[in-house]
Design a protein around this ligand. Structure first.
Ligand code: FMN
Length: 406
């Protein structure tokens, strides 16, 4: 178990690479869809991150940034690659890192988990379609070994772009059913070569990326990952697989592991699992994870008041509390919690039918980020059905107007 000099939410946290986070609260990634047509940051994105940084959340992890212009998750994702506008990226890094706040870039590739209107020909470890019951996802083609290595290089290049822009670290997105997570899961990875089969083989894609990134960025730049405790799908990436993967990762030069769970097929990241009705999600799993890794742990999902957050830190298993929706609603909530201006995190009632809960909440909170990005405040009176419709129709329209790059 890590020994901490003290265990308050306001205490700093020193990471294995020697870098220090000013407090124990982290903003978890939230896809913003606020790029321009060339996938560079807009003024609205900059405005949003200025607020996140002023809110004094110790670690700000950006929404998922893609590594390939042809493989997007949404039509207006930021992409870090050869067409990046470096001045804009520098500005983004700068406004996000004031008064000791650090910002890390979440680096991701969607693989097969992408709607058809964005990508009709997705790629994946194997030819297995995502979310079969929704007919919204095209069946992917299995990657060749050469293509796997090319994508690994794209991850490394994107991390170097992040470092050059001035961000203090990166987080590799290995959770929620995107490409790295597809490699980890035995349901989406049926490969019989070195990238499939045992946990060690399924983790190879991720571990090789971590090593290659570390070689390029040096020892003081932070590298973290976000990983599922489980996919919550029978036969998928299980808690045992996750623990085995973490013990392999313990030998790598990693600075933070964020624990989450689920995929588009089971939105545990937003809803928790059966056991977590009353408390924040994945807490019990974090206790098990603490037993297999020395890397600092951030747990994200379901924190709704200061007491829960402090208790999680007091457990000694969790080093950093991850918040997403509360910060989308109020980017200044960390400051308010730390100064005891409030003990409660915002938890507005978003009325969504059971089957649509994950999608509905994602759309509703994305809309709240748009309000902040436009210099406005959160709005409670957003109805879920028009919000969902707008979320998808705007993405379809934007997919048509994006500038194809290769
Ligand atoms: C609008 C929205 C967008 C999200 N986008 C991402 C993302 O890009 N990457 C990611 O790892 N998780 C993403 N998530 C999941 C959050 O990071 C987090 O794991 C989840 O919301 C649970 O935390 P919370 O209960 O504090 O909201 C997103 C969540 C929301 C609400």
């Amino acid at each position: 178990m890590m020994s901490h000099p003290s265990k308050n939410l306001s205490d700093s946290l020193t990471l294995p690479n020697g870098s220090t986070l000013i407090n124990r609260i982290g903003k978890s990634a939230m896809s913003e869809s606020l790029s321009d047509t060339y996938h560079n940051p807009t003024e609205n994105l900059i405005c949003l991150y200025r607020k996140f940084a002023e809110g004094q959340t110790g670690l700000i992890i950006t929404g998922n940034v893609m590594v390939d212009y042809q493989s997007l998750e949404r039509a207006r994702n930021i992409v870090f690659g050869k067409y990046s506008d470096h001045n804009k990226l520098k500005e983004w890094a700068q406004v996000s890192q004031v008064n000791g706040v650090q910002a890390w870039v979440q680096v991701s590739h969607p693989g097969r988990q992408v709607a058809k209107h964005i990508n009709k020909k997705p790629i994946a470890p194997s030819k297995v379609a995502a979310v079969k019951k929704l007919n919204a996802f095209a069946k992917p083609r299995a990657l060749t070994i050469e293509e796997i290595q090319d994508i690994q290089k794209e991850f490394v290049e994107a991390c170097v772009v992040a470092k050059d822009a001035g961000f203090k670290g990166v987080q590799l997105h290995a959770a929620h059913g995107y490409l790295i997570s597809q490699f980890l899961s035995p349901l989406s990875n049926l490969r019989q070569d070195d990238w499939g089969g045992s946990v060690e083989n399924r983790a190879r894609f991720l571990i090789e990326i971590i090593r290659a990134v570390r070689e390029k960025v040096g020892s003081s730049f932070s590298i973290g990952i976000k990983i599922n405790s489980s996919d919550f799908k029978r036969g998928g990436f299980s808690e045992e697989d996750s623990l085995e993967t973490m013990s392999l990762l313990d030998k790598e030069l990693l600075d933070l592991i964020e624990i989450s769970g689920g995929t588009y097929e089971s939105s545990a990241m937003l809803e928790g699992n059966e056991k977590a009705k009353e408390k924040a999600f994945f807490i019990d799993f974090a206790e098990r994870a603490r037993g297999v890794t020395q890397v600092p742990l951030m747990v994200t999902g379901g924190f709704r008041n200061k007491k829960q957050m402090q208790e999680a830190i007091d457990s000694g298993c969790i080093d950093l509390i991850g918040l997403a929706r509360p910060l989308a609603y109020d980017p200044f909530i960390t400051k308010k919690i730390l100064s005891s201006e409030t003990e409660e995190l915002p938890a507005p009632k978003v009325k969504v039918g059971k089957g649509l809960r994950g999608l509905g909440e994602a759309a509703w909170y994305t809309r709240q980020m748009y309000h902040h990005a436009r210099g406005e405040g959160a709005k409670d009176n957003i109805k879920i059905v028009p919000c969902l419709l707008r979320h998808f129709t705007s993405d379809v329209i934007r997919a048509k107007t994006r500038k194809g790059r290769k």
